[in-house]
Design a protein around this ligand. Structure first.
Ligand SMILES: Nc1ncnc2c1ncn2[C@@H]1O[C@H](COP(=O)(O)OP(=O)(O)O)[C@@H](O)[C@H]1O
Ligand SMILES: [Mg+2]
Length: 269
């Protein structure tokens, strides 16, 4: 019997903390070990799509069409240069979702409904059965992020090892609590991943310690180092894991993927 995909939302309302880098490279690392993975690009900047080499003209149907016009998901899915990794692309249309859905009382369920519709049909037909769906969220606690949190089984929270990393987290956690008490009671936190760690910077260690004190074992042991290869790769339309699979950043994402899988295994046990 096919198991349902696990759906993770990669969230943090701060921009530039590594959500998209994590979505792309964790997705690639999971695909590399044989999982079928789908990334939903849910940010109007469309960086996950760009970083996976999807050109603008190829983005004919996007996650906007998925949630606003209820287009069947398989019509929006594109394959990527990574075997077993697909994407629902995103583009600037997404910035209109908030207003488009303003009058719909069930607006926060749009993504969940779209994914569940696909998953139900995939169980009985020959649509791709994904193991993991990663939703790359925008830098806000907008309607898009609420849709992602409602659709997700669990959250993955990237935190940049910088001054004020913890700022805004209480707001994020209040949103998680609000979602749990209404839209999605079963929402879990898969984990918190420290990103852009710089071992030459004392502050990085200080932030890492603070975050571990706060989130305990929710924080992955794997820390993503600051690594220029991770920031170069998107301009080649490739995940870092294809651009340079031996760079420290790629190695860290491979370790993160095995930690994520380990947590999934102990969860299921
Ligand atoms: N570990 C890292 N080392 C160096 N640069 C990184 C790292 N992670 C992300 N970046 C770069 O930092 C910027 C912001 O990262 P991104 O993943 O787009 O964040 P977000 O999606 O949260 O806005 C991008 O230019 C990205 O290439
Ligand atoms: Mg992003």
């Amino acid at each position: 019997m096919a198991t349902k995909p696990r759906i993770f939302a990669v969230v943090n309302q701060k921009g530039g903390v590594g959500k998209t880098t994590t979505s792309i490279n964790l997705g690639t690392a999971l695909a590399a070990v044989g999982r079928r993975v789908l990334i939903v690009d849910f940010d109007a900047q469309g960086n996950a799509s760009t970083g996976l080499g999807i050109s603008r003209p190829d983005r004919t149907l996007t996650s906007y069409d998925l949630v606003v016009d209820r287009v069947a998901m398989e019509k929006t899915v594109l394959s990527t240069i990574v075997p077993r990794l697909d994407i629902v692309p995103g583009d600037e249309n997404l910035s209109g979702v908030e207003t488009e859905l303003a009058t719909d009382a069930r607006r926060s369920y749009r993504l969940r409904d779209a994914l569940m519709d696909y998953i139900d049909r995939a169980e009985h037909g020959d649509l791709v059965k994904y193991d993991y769906i990663l939703i790359d969220c925008p830098p806000s606690l907008s309607s898009l992020t609420l849709n992602a949190m409602t659709a997700a089984d669990a959250l993955l929270v990237p935190l940049q090892c910088e001054f004020l990393a913890l700022e805004g987290l209480s707001q994020l956690m209040r949103t998680v609590e609000a979602v749990r008490s209404g839209l999605n009671p079963n929402l879990e936190i898969q984990g918190v991943v420290l990103t852009m760690y710089d071992r030459r910077n004392n502050l990085s260690d200080e932030v890492a310690d603070q975050v571990r004190a706060h989130f305990g074992n929710k924080v992955y042991n794997t820390v993503i180092p600051r690594n220029v290869r991770l920031s170069e790769a998107p301009s080649f339309g490739k995940p870092a894991l294809l651009y340079d699979y031996r760079c420290p950043g790629s190695e860290a994402y491979i370790r993160l993927a095995s930690e994520v899988l380990q947590r999934e295994k102990s969860r299921a046990a």
